[in-house]
Design a protein around this ligand. Structure first.
Ligand SMILES: CC(=O)N[C@H]1[C@@H](OP(=O)(O)OP(=O)(O)OC[C@H]2O[C@@H](n3ccc(=O)[nH]c3=O)[C@H](O)[C@@H]2O)O[C@H](CO)[C@@H](O)[C@@H]1O[C@H](C)C(=O)N[C@@H](C)C(=O)N[C@H](CCC(=O)O)C(=O)O
Ligand SMILES: Nc1ncnc2c1ncn2[C@@H]1O[C@H](COP(=O)(O)OP(=O)(O)OP(=O)(O)O)[C@@H](O)[C@H]1O
Ligand SMILES: N[C@H](CCC[C@H](N)C(=O)O)C(=O)O
Ligand SMILES: [Mg+2]
Length: 479
């Protein structure tokens, strides 16, 4: 375990840990944390009633009539992460992590695919759940809380998995969810606008992400950094200050340099230089951003101790990430329909630009913006759709507790020529019916998601299923 111990952990009576009083069982340590909505300290009594044997909380808490051992820490979230690591014990030998506004799930997926192709049983933990060679478990978070994280890591070891990659969300980094794990390689993809509903400024958002390199990455580890990002200098500084090894990747990368891309009908041939040695590799993915994500994954595998030649040889074996620029159908007139998860301005711009380079016809997009999330991105996404697509339809995407009519109005103000169709199925159907020969439609924002969240209820909905249902009626081929 990193850092100093909380003495109660020497006491074998601690049977479990939780930061949620509702999950306390007899013998548990309850971490009473102050949060964004509630204050865990108000639930100490509740936890005691349920059989908690120890309390972890912050230094400002003055225990009144609590008879249990009460550990008051300057940073109780960090302590909880370290305790969780110690409580569960085992973790895979090689753990990689990736942060960035866009591309985390894709990089995690490719990292796992490279390890697997190298013959190493591997797992990924993130937005798509816990993906293992023979099963997938859903998580509900991109970065799980430390208790669930360490429980999962131990489970993976029990299933013979020694290679794991974790998505590090800015929320997760800010809340020290990953600080108990020994991260051997840590990557940064890019930083653009998102989550300003949670972080009070862009600078705070950047600082949360920098924490992966400056605090979480093991001191003997490797930072894998996108040299083409505007904030690369900040990450490079953080890596140098921490004294870790550095692999930079991208057009300006030193260790992994992207020299050229040649798009093919299926995927692209990329020319790369890895530690100065040139390779031409067939990558079965479209778009420069996907090539960048694959190179980031290559860096993570090498940074975590993988043999560079074997890792490069695995690149042609990576497959498309579900719901990320995923070709789902083709119409008889050769119009192509993709499902993608772009839900930030930069992602939408990136994906629309990527399909533009492959399109012989017009570009169509169906998209919306989530409720109870950063409102500032709505008009920006509208502007980008107006600029990069020939035809846009604004629709609903998880309105949650907001008025969907208002959300759409905030988007459409910046793309007044777009159609406004609230019902997502109807919006997709309208878009498909308008596709001309060789056109491309991108259905953006929900990717792999299985529900439309209205209020607090998730109504079953999946973009790929909707597209394929419509195409099977209209005629065409589902992929
Ligand atoms: C904004 C945010 O990240 N909140 C997370 C945070 O909650 P919090 O500390 O703010 O919780 P709170 O509701 O204020 O409560 C404070 C404390 O009281 C406890 N409590 C509360 C009620 C009770 O009866 N008993 C009790 O003990 C809570 O468990 C908590 O420990 O810590 C909790 C425990 O780990 C998380 O469940 C919770 O995730 C909420 C539900 C959430 O929606 N998080 C999302 C935004 C999130 O984390 N997303 C990122 C991905 C973002 C992206 O990249 O797109 C992710 O990594 O998944
Ligand atoms: N390297 C990249 N640069 C810019 N945009 C990207 C990049 N990679 C993916 N995208 C876009 O972002 C979308 C989301 O990709 P992905 O799921 O890999 O990111 P993420 O960081 O895991 O997102 P989330 O924070 O929601 O989990 C993709 O569908 C694509 O539109
Ligand atoms: N993890 C992201 C996913 C957003 C996906 C989009 N469909 C939306 O609901 O905004 C979030 O919760 O902000
Ligand atoms: Mg993700």
């Amino acid at each position: 375990m990193k850092g100093r111990d909380v003495p109660v952990m020497h006491d074998r009576h601690v049977k479990g840990l939780t930061a949620d009083s509702r999950h306390v069982e007899p013998g548990f340590l309850f971490a009473a944390l102050s949060g964004t909505k509630a204050d865990g300290r108000n639930y100490i009594e509740d936890a005691v009633r349920k059989g908690a044997v120890a309390i972890l909380t912050d230094a400002s808490y003055e225990p009144a009539d609590c008879d249990l051992p009460c550990f008051r820490e300057g940073n109780p979230r960090l302590t909880l992460a370290r305790l969780a690591s110690r409580f569960y014990g085992a973790e895979p030998e090689a753990i990689a992590a990736v942060t960035g506004t866009n591309g985390k799930t894709s990089v995690a997926y490719f990292t796992r695919a490279i390890w697997q192709a190298m013959g190493l049983p591997a797992a990924s933990i993130g937005t798509l759940g816990v993906m293992m060679p023979d099963q997938t478990m859903s998580l509900g978070y991109t970065t799980p809380d430390p208790v669930l994280l360490h429980k999962t890591l131990t489970y993976l070891v029990g299933h013979g998995i020694q290679h794991t990659v974790i998505e590090a969300s800015s929320h997760g980094l800010d809340q020290y969810r990953l600080d108990g794990a020994r991260i051997k390689s840590a990557a940064f993809t890019n930083l653009t606008r998102d989550h300003l509903d949670y972080h009070s400024s862009s600078e705070e958002y950047l600082n949360a992400k920098l924490g992966l390199i400056s605090r979480v990455l093991d001191k003997t580890g490797t930072a894998v950094l996108n040299s083409d990002s505007e904030v690369y200098p900040a990450f490079l500084r953080a890596a140098k200050d921490r004294g870790v090894k550095i692999i930079s990747y991208g057009r300006m990368g030193e260790e992994i340099k992207l020299v050229d891309l040649a798009p093919k009908s299926v995927g692209q041939i990329i020319t790369i230089e890895v530690f100065g040695k040139r390779h031409e590799v067939m990558l079965p993915l479209a778009g420069e951003f996907q090539a960048m994500n694959a190179l980031c994954a290559l860096g993570l595998v090498i940074g975590a101790g993988g043999d560079p030649s074997a890792a490069i040889m695995a690149l042609p074996k990576v497959t498309n990430v579900p719901g990320r620029l995923e070709l789902v159908s083709r119409l008889a007139n050769n119009a192509a329909i993709y499902v993608d998860y772009a839900h930030s301005p930069d992602a939408l711009e990136t994906v629309l630009e990527a399909v533009r380079s492959h399109a012989k016809g017009k570009i169509h997009v169906v998209f919306g913006c989530g409720g109870d999330r950063d409102k500032g991105k709505r008009a920006e996404m509208g502007r980008i759709a107006g600029l990069y697509a020939d035809r846009a339809i604004v629709t609903d995407d998880n309105p949650r507790n907001e008025d969907p009519v208002q959300i759409r109005a905030e988007i459409i103000v910046a793309c007044p020529d777009a159609l406004n169709i609230g019902d997502r199925f109807t919006a997709i159907e309208t878009a498909i019916k308008a596709l001309g020969p060789e056109d491309i439609l991108v259905v953006a924002g929900k990717g792999h998601e299985e529900g439309q969240v209205i209020g607090t209820e998730a109504i079953p909905f999946n973009d790929k299923t909707a597209v394929q249902q419509i195409v099977s009626v209209l005629g065409g081929e589902n992929v």
